[in-house]
Design a protein around this ligand. Structure first.
Ligand code: HEM
Length: 409
């Protein structure tokens, strides 16, 4: 592995990634973990790859802030993207973060998530029927991408005929979070924020007139605000949280399902083991955790230091921008023995795919349910599926997944 050595680590720069990085970033991550685990990049930011360095950063939100104003101000300039990303809960610290998170979590209790299962099963089975008729399919378009859009659409009560543009908007807005913001990415991201704001302000107006069940309807909960302290979100805050939710629950889950189906084709014995034991609920659960670890759909997180801080033995000054490489932490041999092996019964498996600490993914149990239902029903129906044609990768460093995955079922 001379190719991936100290030199690879020394040259690593998120702003100029090698073309083969997108096909397989893990050798690059390994070189960094071994030779430059707290890597200073040419733009002055820091890139972390060791599990034991990343975990404490997630766990200390006072020193490692999620507030993106200092970073995104210069990156986006005054723009819809800047307003969106600096308003959504994920890129804020308490108190705004705490208020919004409480409202969202209330509609994502285990009970509510479990109640979604029958609808999800029906949806998945309908997609499987349609694929059986076609035989040659795209595992992303015909399957993985079709599931989260319905689930998240239901969560916010977006009428079914109006869901068409959601995926494109989401891809455009999240695409603008890539380490390199090209003018095209900025333009399509900004246009998508404006279109979503216009669409959602209409939806909010209708929901104010006819509220949904605040127990299960996230939009009604966000509109009503917190009954305990009487605090409400401003109209603008409200719309941006909705945009964020529609995006957060969407491409990530599509990629979890797509990456899992792709990965299984590379590990035939694990595929056969899972397909033969689909009635083993524990196996299906731990398989989903392993897919989350092995090909994390969200590979990068970010924080900024509010004061001087020591990370992995290196002293970082205040206002240091940090990228947390979830994809690297999840392949760290110090935490996961034989990390490049897919082991569907890996135990323990304390992966960081959903991050950690106060910003831990609010939708993780929903994502897990979607993946369990989608993968187990798919394998029961098509245990001999095989790739058929060149897959098209999304080509992104942050959100890892495929745009197209041609297959025979
Ligand atoms: C496989 C699927 C998913 C992955 C890998 C994923 C990953 C993540 C990660 C890593 C974060 C933390 C970001 C940070 O603080 O740096 C996060 C936050 C979040 N996710 Fe997910 N997510 C997934 C699915 C979902 C779904 C289905 C929903 C909604 C229903 C959702 C809603 C959220 C929300 C609201 C936050 C912000 C939480 C906060 O800031 O307190 N996610 N997600």
């Amino acid at each position: 592995m001379a190719m991936f050595s100290g030199g690879t680590a020394a040259r690593f720069d998120l702003a100029t990634l090698a073309p083969d990085f997108f096909a397989n970033p893990y050798p690059f991550y390994r070189a960094l973990r071994e030779h430059a685990p707290v890597k200073r990049m040419p733009d002055g930011s820091w890139f972390l790859t060791r599990y034991d360095d990343i975990l404490p950063v997630y766990r200390d939100p006072k020193i490692f802030s999620s507030d993106k104003r200092k970073e995104f101000g210069p990156k986006y300039g005054p723009s819809p993207l800047l307003e969106h990303h600096t308003t959504s809960l994920v890129f804020n610290d308490p108190p705004l973060h705490t208020r919004v998170r409480r409202l969202i979590l209330g509609a994502l209790s285990q009970r509510h998530i479990a109640a979604m299962e029958p609808g999800l099963v029906a949806l998945v089975d309908g997609l499987l029927d349609a694929m059986a008729d076609k035989r040659r399919v795209d595992l992303i378009e015909d399957f993985a991408a079709a599931i989260p859009i319905e689930i998240i659409g239901n969560l916010l009560g977006v009428p079914r005929p109006e869901r068409g543009p959601l995926r494109g908007w989401s891809l455009a807005i999240l695409g603008a979070l890539e380490p390199v913001l090209t003018p095209e990415r900025a333009a399509s991201g900004n246009a998508a924020v404006l279109e979503m704001l216009a669409y959602l302000s209409d939806l909010v107006r209708q929901r104010r007139a006819r509220p949904g069940d605040p127990d299960t309807d996230v939009l009604t909960r966000l509109i009503d605000g917190d009954a305990a302290d009487g605090e409400r979100l401003t109209e603008n805050e409200l719309l941006h949280q909705c945009i964020f939710l529609l995006n957060a629950g969407h491409e990530t889950t599509t990629n979890l399902i797509g990456n899992a189906l792709y990965t299984l084709t590379l590990w035939p014995s694990e595929k056969a083991r899972l397909a033969a034991n689909l009635d083993d609920a524990d196996l299906v659960k731990s398989a989903v955790e392993e897919f989350l670890r092995f090909e994390s759909s969200n590979q990068l997180g970010n924080r900024i230091t509010t004061q001087e801080a020591v990370v992995g033995g290196v002293t970082l000054p205040p206002d240091s921008r940090i990228t947390l490489c979830i994809g690297a932490a999840n392949r760290d041999p110090a935490q996961f023995p034989d990390p490049d092996r897919l082991d569907l019964t890996r135990e323990p498996n304390r992966h960081l795919a959903f991050a950690q600490g106060i910003h831990t993914c609010a939708g993780m149990n929903l994502a897990r349910l979607e993946a369990r239902v989608a993968l187990s029903r798919f394998l029961a129906r098509f245990p001999d599926y095989a790739l058929d044609g060149e897959p098209t990768r999304g080509g992104r460093a942050r959100f890892r997944g495929f745009l197209h995955l041609p297959a025979r079922v």
